[in-house]
Design a protein around this ligand. Structure first.
Ligand code: CTP
Ligand code: CA
Length: 225
């Protein structure tokens, strides 16, 4: 797959990337969140723009500068992310869900700050499921041939978990990271395998998040034909 660094093979394409991690508010000052830095999603947005794509980046709570030449939509919660991604995916050739979406959100949002009460234990926190945005995107493609890509961080039997998740989500590609003590979260480097619905398996050696991003766009470009 020899390719010049700035070959505009995504020219004329619109791609949507989600990045960062959602925050699910509990009250005006607290939320349930996760450790996603957004760096992988931002690397995907930058590299797609460098390859000529029009890029929309739906960014959830990433403390990173807007990449040049990319349309950035800031969102907070999973429900906001879903609405934004659905809207901009309507005319997209590819959607890459690099964001870490909270699986659950507090069942109740307290309009005022939750206070301690003397001598009382806290009430258990009731949670409800968030929508599965990736599965919805894959099941209801906004246009025929739209390429849908997911990310998964796995432990234990990483490949088997990844294959099962790819099938469950119904997406075309799933980038599977092995997570551990020092791996992935907030780091500049990444190691992954990209699983394809057609059985393909593309290992990406430990290296910068840009290199993984380039491999993802190579595989997307192949599928766009
Ligand atoms: N995802 C999503 N909506 C959700 C949860 C996840 O769109 N509510 C997307 C993520 O953006 C990612 C992919 O699905 O691209 C896989 O996320 P992951 O958390 O690994 O999948 P889950 O189905 O939530 O599985 P798990 O129970 O292992 O967390
Ligand atoms: Ca999850």
């Amino acid at each position: 797959l020899a390719r010049g660094v700035s070959e505009p093979d995504l020219a004329g394409r619109h791609v949507v990337v989600s990045a960062g991690g959602t925050r699910e508010p509990l009250d005006p000052v607290r939320f349930l969140g996760n450790r996603s830095s957004g760096k992988q999603g931002y690397a995907l947005a930058r590299t797609a723009a460098a390859r000529g794509a029009r890029v929309t980046l739906v960014s959830a709570n990433a403390a990173l500068p807007d990449p040049a030449g990319v349309d950035v939509i800031a969102v907070g919660t999973a429900v906001e992310l879903r609405e934004a991604v659905r809207r901009v995916a309507a005319d997209a050739d590819a959607v890459v869900m690099a964001a870490a979406v909270a699986d659950f959100r507090p069942a109740v949002y307290a309009g005022g700050k939750i206070k301690k009460k003397d001598g009382e234990e806290p009430a258990p926190l009731a949670l409800v499921r968030n929508p599965d945005i990736l599965a919805e995107l894959a099941a209801h493609r906004a246009r025929p041939g739209q390429v849908v890509v997911g990310f998964a961080a796995e432990t234990d039997d990483v490949l088997a978990n990844g294959r099962a998740k790819l099938a469950r989500k119904g997406c075309d590609l799933l980038v599977v990271n092995e997570v551990g003590e020092r791996k992935t979260f907030g780091s500049e480097q990444n190691e992954a395998v990209v699983l394809a619905a057609d059985g393909g398996e593309t290992p990406v050696p430990y290296g910068p998040k840009e290199a993984l991003a380039e491999t993802v766009w190579d595989l997307v470009a192949e599928r766009l034909g």
